[in-house]
Design a protein around this ligand. Structure first.
Ligand code: OXD
Ligand code: MN
Length: 588
C-alpha cells in the first residue's frame, strides 16, 4: 500500500517540504481521471502534484465522497478480486488480506522529529524504549526515497499499493497488495503529515484513525491545550432520567466497543453511544470537559461479537459493512469464533484463509483480529448528540485493562493527580490488534502506548496541567477490571450488560453519594453499595480483594517501568504518587 495522507492543516508551501519532494523528477502531464485539480485549495493541489510526481500513478482520481463514488469503488475492487459480496446481507462485503498483513505493525510505526526526545523519553541504562519509535528526518528521507519513487507505476505498483490508490491503474489484481518487509507508517507531526507504505490493513492504512486522530492529534492537542485520547464515549441515563456522559480508555481488545454499545442488564437504565474508540476533548468556557468522536464509523474486532455480547453491534453490521478476515458461510454470510449462532443444516464454512473449516477444528475460522467496518449512524443506540460540534460534557473518565489477577472490579482515584498516576500505571493482557504474541501483561499507559504522538513524559505533564486551568471542572477518574479470574480460572464477574452495575455506582458517586471506602489503591464500593440484585452468587470478597504480595509486585513493576522507560521525563508529581502508593502498600 502506498498511501499518502495529509490532513488539510497547515500545509507547507511548494518546494518547502523537508522531504525533498521537489527533487524528484517531474513526470508526464498528470492524468486526472475524475475531479478537477484546479478546484482544489492551492496547498492540497501542491500536495497531490508532488505525490503524483513521486509515486507516478497512471491517473489521479479526486475523491468527492459521494455514494456513487463508493459504489463504483466497491464494484472495481470486486472486479479486481479484492472483495466479494456477501449475498446474505445488504451491501456487505468480505476482504481477505495477505496472511502477513493482518494487524497494526507497531515496530514499523515511527514518529519523525529533529530531536529524539520530542518523540520518546530516553530510557535509563540503555534499555529498549517501549513508548514509541523515533526516526530522524534524514533516516526518514532515506526510507521515503527507498519506497515511494515510482511505486504506483505499472506492475511495480501492483506489488506495493492498495485501496483507493490501487484502483487508479484499473488493472485486475489477484492478490492482496502489500509489502510486509518494507512496511512503514511514518508521522511527521511538525508538518501534520502521515506517510504509509506496504500495508492495507486497519490502523496502518485507515490513516484518519490511529495515525491522525490519535498520533498527530495528540500533538496538536498538547500544543493547543486539549486532549486526543484512545477512549470510547457513552451516555448513560438512570431510571430517574438523569443522564451523564463518560469517556473510557481501554487497551485494544478489552471490550471497548461492547461497553460503548452496551445493553444494560439493570432495568430502567439506558446507554447511548457517542463513539467506541477515540475522543477529542477540551474544556468549554464554563470549564466543562466536552468530548467529540472524530470518527464516522466503527472498526470493531469481530470474534466474540454476538447477539449476547453486543446486540447493537450485530444490528449495526447487517448492511453497508466491510468485513475483513472473518470466515464465510456457504449461504453468503459471515462467521467467527464466539458469534454464537448455530450453523443451519447443510451450511458450510470457509475460513479466513480460504480453507474448508468445521466447528471443533484446531485453527480458528476467523483471524483473531478480523474486523467489521460499518457506518456509526447504523448503530441503533447512537446518542442524539453524537455529531454535536460542541461535544458532550464528560463527568467521569474510566481507565481499564484486562487483569486476570489482583486488580478489583472498580476503584475511584482519590483526586485528579492520583487519577493521572492510575492512567500512567495501566496494564493489560496483550492483544491480537498488533503483532504481539502470547498473553503477557503489558504496560499500556492511558491505553495510548501505541498511539502517543509525542514524549509520554510531556503527555503526563499535559494531563497534570489540566488541574491548573482556571475554572476547569475536572471529571472524576475511575479504574475498572471486568476480567478478574478465580484460582480455577473462571471469571469472577459476568461482564457485558452487567457492567451497568458498575456504571450505576460511578453515577451515584458523581451525585455525591457516600458509597465508597478507602483502600491503599483508591476508593472501592462500600459493602452493599454495588447493586447486585438478581445476579446470583458473586464472590465480592475475591472480586475486591487486594492481596498484599500481588500489590507489592505490582508497585515494583510500575516503578521499574516508569523509572526505566520515562526516566528523566517522569513528572515529579507522578513519582510522588508512586511513592505514596508504595507507602500505602507497605502498610497493608
Ligand atoms: C483498534 C486498536 O482500535 O488497535 O483497532 O486499538
Ligand atoms: Mn482502538
Amino acid at each position: 500500500m502506498a498511501a499518502v495522507y495529509r490532513p488539510g492543516l497547515r500545509l507547507s508551501r511548494p518546494g518547502l517540504s523537508p522531504w525533498g519532494w521537489s527533487s524528484w523528477r517531474s513526470i508526464q502531464t498528470l492524468r486526472v481521471l475524475s475531479g478537477d485539480l484546479g478546484q482544489l485549495p492551492a496547498g492540497v493541489r501542491d500536495f497531490v502534484e508532488r505525490s503524483a510526481r513521486l509515486c507516478q500513478p497512471e491517473g489521479i482520481h479526486i475523491c468527492d465522497g459521494t455514494e456513487a463514488e463508493n459504489t463504483a469503488t466497491l464494484a472495481l475492487l470486486e472486479k479486481q478480486g479484492l472483495i466479494r459480496k456477501l449475498p446474505k446481507y445488504n451491501n456487505c462485503w468480505l476482504a481477505r488480506t495477505d496472511p502477513k498483513d493482518v494487524a497494526r505493525v507497531e515496530s514499523k510505526t515511527v514518529i519523525v522529529t529533529p530531536s529524539q526526545r520530542d518523540t520518546v523519553p530516553l530510557p535509563a541504562g540503555g534499555a529498549r524504549g517501549q513508548l514509541g519509535n523515533w526516526m530522524s528526518p534524514a533516516e526518514f528521507q532515506q526510507a521515503v526515497d527507498e519506497r515511494f519513487p515510482g511505486c504506483m507505476q505499472g506492475n511495480r505498483g501492483r506489488d506495493t499499493e492498495a485501496g483507493a490508490l490501487k484502483i487508479l491503474t484499473g488493472e485486475p489484481v489477484s492478490h492482496w497488495p502489500c509489502n510486509p518487509e518494507k512496511t512503514l507508517i511514518g508521522h511527521v507531526p511538525d508538518q501534520r503529515e502521515i506517510v504509509s507504505f506496504g500495508s492495507g490493513y486497519g490502523g496502518n492504512s485507515l490513516l484518519g484513525k490511529k495515525c491522525f486522530a490519535l498520533r498527530i492529534a495528540s500533538r496538536l492537542a498538547r500544543d493547543e491545550g486539549w486532549l486526543a485520547e484512545h477512549m470510547l464515549i457513552l451516555g448513560i441515563t438512570n431510571p430517574a432520567g438523569k443522564k451523564r456522559y463518560v469517556a473510557a480508555a481501554f487497551p485494544s481488545a478489552c471490550g471497548k466497543t461492547n461497553l460503548a454499545m452496551m445493553r444494560p442488564a439493570l432495568p430502567g437504565w439506558k446507554v447511548e453511544c457517542v463513539g467506541d474508540d477515540i475522543a477529542w476533548m477540551r474544556f468549554d468556557s464554563d470549564g466543562r470537559l466536552r468530548a467529540i468522536n472524530p470518527e464516522n464509523g466503527f472498526f470493531g474486532v469481530a470474534p466474540g461479537t454476538s447477539a449476547t455480547t453486543n446486540p447493537n453491534a450485530m444490528a449495526t453490521i447487517q448492511s453497508n459493512t466491510l468485513f475483513t478476515n472473518v470466515a464465510e458461510t456457504s449461504d453468503g454470510g459471515v462467521y467467527w469464533e464466539g458469534i454464537d449462532q448455530p450453523l443451519p443444516p447443510g451450511v458450510t464454512v470457509t475460513s479466513w484463509l480460504g480453507k474448508p473449516w468445521k466447528p471443533g477444528d484446531k485453527e480458528p475460522c476467523a483471524h483473531p483480529n478480523s474486523r467489521f467496518c460499518a457506518p456509526a449512524r447504523q448503530c441503533p443506540i447512537m446518542d442524539p448528540a453524537w455529531e454535536a460540534p460542541e461535544g458532550v460534557p464528560i463527568d467521569a473518565i474510566i481507565f481499564g485493562g484486562r487483569r486476570p489477577k489482583g486488580v478489583p472490579l472498580v476503584y475511584e482515584a482519590f483526586n485528579w493527580r492520583h487519577g493521572v498516576f492510575v492512567g500512567s500505571a495501566m496494564r493489560s493482557e496483550s492483544t491480537a490488534a498488533a503483532e504481539h504474541k502470547g498473553k503477557v501483561i503489558m504496560h499500556d499507559p492511558f491505553a495510548m502506548r501505541p498511539f502517543f504522538g509525542y514524549n509520554f513524559g510531556r503527555y503526563l505533564e499535559h494531563w497534570l496541567s489540566m488541574e491548573e486551568r482556571k475554572g476547569a471542572r475536572l471529571p472524576r477518574i475511575f479504574h475498572v477490571n471486568w476480567f478478574r479470574r478465580d484460582e480455577a480460572g473462571h471469571f469472577l464477574w459476568p461482564g457485558f450488560g452487567e457492567n451497568a452495575r458498575v456504571l450505576d455506582w460511578i453515577c451515584r458517586r458523581l451525585e455525591g453519594e457516600d458509597s465508597a471506602r478507602e483502600t491503599p489503591i483508591g476508593l472501592v464500593p462500600k459493602e452493599g453499595a454495588l447493586d447486585l440484585s438478581g445476579l446470583g452468587a458473586i464472590d465480592t470478597t475475591q472480586l475486591f480483594s487486594l492481596p498484599k504480595d500481588f500489590w507489592e509486585q505490582e508497585v515494583r513493576d510500575i516503578r521499574s517501568y516508569l523509572t526505566e522507560q520515562v526516566n528523566q521525563d517522569l513528572p515529579k508529581e507522578v513519582l510522588a504518587e508512586l511513592e505514596a502508593l508504595e507507602g500505602r502498600v507497605r502498610r497493608m
